[in-house]
Design a protein around this ligand. Sequence first.
Ligand SMILES: Cc1ncc(COP(=O)(O)O)c(C=O)c1O
Length: 416
Amino acid sequence: MRTWKKMSREAIRGRVFKALDANVDFYNHGSIGVPASHLDEKVFHRDASFLKEAPFLSALLRNPNHIGCHTLGKSESFFRGTQAIERELIALCAKDILGADPNAVDGYVSSGGTEANMQAMWIYRNYFMREHGARLDEIAVLCSEDAHYSMSKGADILGIKRIIVNVDQASRRICPKSLDRQLSEHKERGIRFCIVVVNMMTTMFGSVDEPDVYAAALEQMGMAFMMHADGAYGGFVLPFTEPGHALDFRNPLIQSVTLDAHKMVQAPYGTGIFIARKGWMAYANTKEASYVEGEDCTIVGSRSGANAIAVWMILMSYGRFGWEEKMEILLKRSSWLENRLKELEIGYFRNPVSNIITIRSEYLNRDIASRYGLVPDMHDSPKWYKVVVMDHVSIDSLIPMVDDLAAFSRKLLPSV
Ligand SMILES: Cc1ncc(COP(=O)(O)O)c(C=O)c1O
């Protein structure tokens, strides 16, 4: 069985260079049949001596294209070396983070969380249409008001409806009454199939949905559904801060999950991750991609193999225990901030297993928000501002903000 064990810098370097060497070599005798090459040598020189110590930068220069999905069997043979690293990454995320048998899932590194969520919606829309004869106007994406806007974007692009359920404003949990009302109204209007997106930590609040609440309501209503978990924010957090959660492949309700390494993993942009149980990628297969070896089941098409390498390198340099420690530190800092807010009697929301703290807008002014780069829920008339406790957000860096919040709450700062 594979385990997520920390690797030395040297071992990581060796593994990546070996993988790059197993790809087509555009510098020496590369294929002449593909519109692909290394990065332009006039601008991106490869003779810098530090490159020997820099596997990720070398991967960028050699420029592997990871088009397609490499867990399915057949893929472009030009880039077989680095595709193997992507497969390892998907297996690691599936098994060591999301509780799946790595042989029971497929997945790929997407352009981001938006694409991974849309990939899920695309798959289930096509499934309902192909297997159940559903019409577009009978299918809806069902999610909470705290879900990321990619669900609205996806529904719009896919030509399906959206059903947005209210959450309780204090607990940020789904309101069962709102869910029942929305489902019965939409059923009357002809919706028969739902693509449920459950939040594995929301963008603004770090709140987590309960899949059973959706499942019970949909079953009661006699509506067919498929369920996807959006872990773009929480996918690298919740599994470590609340190991018993219900949003991964241990739960038979969950068919697919989005992760996003360009958030908490601090990987380069372009490192969303989509993982689904085996069998589902076929519903996104574009047969017309006939010139691509193995065809294409992804939204994105061509994509940089360097991205998968970057995520793999980061995760392997921590190992499971290193990652758990990192999350513990972030939670500790978040709890420190939460305790200060409590002492100051400032209104906030925090899920105790998350590193997001969301402050009610009446407890600060725009000046404080802009000084510390706090992000509002909406720019026109914000009700909330959030603090995301990332690696660079130390307790020392939080102290000046807490001091300003304290001064504001004592009315020492003007309220504009
Ligand atoms: C919960 C959640 N889902 C999806 C996304 C979209 O991710 P991306 O910006 O990588 O497309 C975000 C981004 O903040 C998010 O927080």
